[in-house]
Design a protein around this ligand. Structure first.
Ligand code: HEM
Length: 127
C-alpha cells in the first residue's frame, strides 16, 4: 500500500476554515468537516494550521475515542524533510543571516585579541 506524501507547501495551502489540514505525529489529516464538531472548538485547530500540531494535540490529553477519529481523516504521510521546516519556519528561517551574525561576532573577539597579541609581541621581542 502506497501512502500519499504530503509536502510542507501542501500543508500550508490548507490553512483556512473551509479547507484545513492538521499535522499530528508525522501524518496529515483533513479536519475540515470535523472542525465544527470538535469539542475543543475550531479556533484551537485553526491556530495550528501550517504547523506541527502534535504537541498541542498531546497537551490536551485527547481520549482514545479522539485518536480513533484520526484515521478516517487521513490525507497521507508528511514528507520527512518538511518536518525540519515546520520547526524552523517561525524562527529566523535564513541561515545566511545566522552565519553572518556568527561570523561577525567571531571577528569582534579575534580582532582585539590579535591586536593585544601583536602589542605584547612588539613590547617583549621587538624593542
Ligand atoms: C485534529 C485532530 C483532533 C481531533 C480528532 C480532536 C478530537 C477531540 C475530541 C473527540 C475531543 C473530546 C474529548 C476527548 O475525547 O478527548 C476533543 C477535545 C479537545 N480538543 Fe481536540 N481534537 C483534535 C485536535 C485538537 C488540537 C490541535 C487541539 C489544540 C490545539 C485540541 C484541543 C482540544 C481541547 C482543548 C479539548 C477539550 C475540550 C473540552 O473538554 O472542553 N484538539 N478533541
Amino acid at each position: 500500500m502506497s501512502e500519499k506524501i504530503v509536502t510542507y507547501a501542501q500543508l500550508l495551502e490548507h490553512n483556512k476554515k473551509e479547507d484545513i489540514w492538521a499535522l499530528i505525529h508525522g501524518k496529515v489529516y483533513d479536519v475540515t468537516k470535523f472542525l465544527d464538531e470538535h469539542p475543543g472548538g475550531d479556533e484551537v485547530i485553526l491556530s495550528e494550521a501550517g504547523k506541527d500540531a502534535t504537541e498541542a494535540f498531546e497537551d490536551v490529553g485527547h481520549s482514545d475515542e479522539a485518536r480513533e477519529l484520526l484515521p478516517g481523516m487521513l490525507v497521507g504521510e508528511f514528507e520527512k524533510d518538511s518536518e525540519l521546516k515546520t520547526s524552523k519556519v517561525f524562527n529566523s528561517n535564513s541561515s545566511a543571516v545566522d552565519n553572518a551574525v556568527q561570523q561577525g561576532s567571531n571577528v569582534m573577539y579575534f580582532v582585539p585579541l590579535g591586536l593585544l597579541g601583536a602589542y605584547f609581541a612588539w613590547r617583549f621581542y621587538g624593542a
